[in-house]
Design a protein around this ligand. Sequence first.
Ligand SMILES: NCCCN[C@H]1CC[C@H](N)CC1
Length: 291
Amino acid sequence: KGDKRVYFNNPMWPGEAHSLEVKNVLFKERSKFQEVLVFESATYGKVLVLDGILQLTEKDEFAYQEMIAHLPLCSIKSPKNVLVVGGGDGGVLREVARHSSVELIDICEIDQMVIDVSKKFFPDLAVGFEDPRVHLHVEDALEFIRHVPKGKYDAIIVDSSDPVGPAQDLVEKPFFEMISNALRPGGVLCNMAESMWLHTHLINDMIAACREVFKGSVHYAWANVPTYPSGVIGFILCSTEGPHVDFRNPVNPIEKLEGAYDQSEPKFYNSQIHRAAFALPSFVKKQVSSL
Ligand SMILES: NCCCN[C@H]1CC[C@H](N)CC1
């Protein structure tokens, strides 16, 4: 058939590979941290790839950006101060900005090239940077979080790439301890947590570390994102000791929020999907509860 394809094979998911047909390559350079690739796909719009790992496509990015933002923010009454770690494409910022109670959105992204590339090729995601509440910090999150005053944030969202390379430190206990310190009592963390089909050990290690650090509650949730490996992506939701957070009953339902950018509702997230995200297949329940 002669179509050109990019193959997403990686040692993290041996023996398998997802591929997308390429129409043309739009950008390919090495930043200080990683290779940044943008291509126009045949059927999923433009695609962002970091070190050979698919980060997002225009067609299905909203599933991930909405879930990682609204699962935590709809679980607490009126979030005010929010920190986004990673997320340099701006998609999570776009979703956080839907919450009118939010007054401050700090974002800490290590790679300026990701931000520049998103503004050039993914304007519907980079729109997130235009909100006046957004304060951009281009630096290593490990350094940034070390200097955050105790209890500053109501919610922290870690929109990281895979823990190989720049994001390696973001899945370890010292980082979680600094995150916990930066959250108020009853504050919430939402962390990208890979695939229940592919990353059992990593998920176990992350949940075990979170259970030691976060004395409120720790839950695993998941969503379908067709272009991520195995078609699903997980999230770990944690709350610090203090006012109880019941992640499975959103106290701040999205239905009553109006979009900061347009009046359209989120395209994937809603209160039923919120509840469903915490319903786990039995093999995962057993694995997670046994930790
Ligand atoms: N902000 C774009 C999404 C980044 N999250 C992805 C989740 C799946 C991973 N294999 C790669 C990063």
